[in-house]
Design a protein around this ligand. Sequence first.
Ligand code: CAO
Length: 529
Amino acid sequence: MDVTIPDIGDAEDVEVIEICVVPGETVAANDALIVIESDKASMEVPAPVAGTVDKILVALGDVVNAGDAILRMEETSNGEPDAAEARAVEAAEAEHVQPVADGAPRAAETERVEIRLPDVGEAENVSVIEVAVAEGQAVAVDDLLVVVESEKASMEIPSPFAGTVVQVAVGEGDDVEEASLLVVLEAVRTADVATAPTIPTTAPATEPAEPVPPAAKAAQSIETPPEPVTTTAKVYAGPAVRRLARELGVDLATVNGSGARGRILKDDVKSFVKRTMTTPTEGGPAIAPMELVDFSRFGEIDVAPLSRIRARGAVNLHRSWQHVVHVTQHDDFDVTDLEAFRSSLKDEAAAAGVKLTPLPFVMKACVRALQRHPQFNASLDPGVTSLIFKRYHHIGFAVDTEDGLVVPVVRDAGGKGVYELAREIARLSEAARTKKLKPDEMRGGSFTISSLGAVGGTGFTPIVNAPEVAILGVARLDTRPVWDGAAFVPRKILPVSLSYDHRAINGAEAGRFVVDLGQLLGDFRRLAL
Ligand code: CAO
């Protein structure tokens, strides 16, 4: 027989997200065959009868609709209800008649029961995060109906009775409080109900020895601790959990469920990720991924995609942050004389069409310091076995653009005078801001300067632009009172912060580099030495 997708309400074009069986597998009636998922919910398509799977007609990711054939199976006759029994079971279903172990259906009382949210303690802002049932669906005792979540915990609301869902009074995202109506059940009450879980109305009247029907599995697992779910074929989890697992790239088949009957909860997925990520590996403990928080639960939000520059920059910065052993050395340079010199050049520079900011002077001095301290103009090989010294001095500088940070490179900065450097900086930053930089103008840097001087601040810790090994952060120069041994005198002070890769450079070397740079900027004539 062909098994088809049942009526799935308003949902159309639902996706096959899980195939729970393989050809040749024996299934009991009601065993999950596949799981489909719409935008709002996921749903297991159960085996209508016990039998053997012959052929699977869909693949993961296929889009299906009600009536589509998903699987071909052969109904088993051994131990299965014969046609008459099957009809009796159907009749029992229709009239809420409870089949019992001896196969003789007997009438059961049905009663409308309202399932309301129980006492949720101190919890505030409780909302529905998962609705696990649909109207018309048959449920067994302890089947999950709804999952609610407060700011601190999530809570499953199971069905206290077997029966049929006649109304689902909440939707995902609804806010609820104690006693809110969740689900209305047409509950089946029999004498057995009080003492044992009710066999769902769809269970076969005569239980075959093997395979074990789902109702029996349910009964077993209520009495004994739930078996961990370990096979891909039998993942038991709701849509929200499946969505979370997909977002985090977790294979649910490898997660043990701690919920009723081995159901996988969100917390199980999170603990799994945490365990996996913190299991020490060769390179040390890995880092657990950030969780996606639904901020809209706390207030209005806007979501803007990152520009490609920002997204790529984020990846590069993160990589550098993880690989480079960062140390930042701070210093204040007395640049009073340099500032006097720069002011004196203003008219001349303007006549030459150049804007002389402190940056080209800093760049010029950096090249000289790099020549004297070549390990700052180097890269570590990825295996961290050698230092690659560069004989060229291509200096990158960070440019703030509306799309994010861009780092153009001034080539052979050592061979250029301050005016020429100023022109190059102006040209490249203009090109960066108007998106006209050529790829070659962003490659090959051997050292980077990040100047926030025009913006402000007294210091910051720049991230090394790996595979370079050092970066100079320049903050805003200011006039400060400095003690000259006899009195406080006003001096122009330029705060700088040198971040470096401690794997390639040791602290004393960094100290010497910074002192040297300070002397060069303190007395620019030293560049001639
Ligand atoms: N202290 C005080 N004033 C400074 C200064 C400093 N350290 N550096 C520059 N200024 C002044 C300049 O003299 C100029 O003043 P005037 O307009 O009076 O002449 C003004 O600030 C603006 O300078 P600028 O920004 O036009 O030029 P620049 O050479 O200093 O910098 C550039 C060029 C491209 C680096 C800069 O425009 C920029 O984008 N900076 C941001 C870099 C950034 O985002 N870094 C952080 C990266 S995260 O690591």
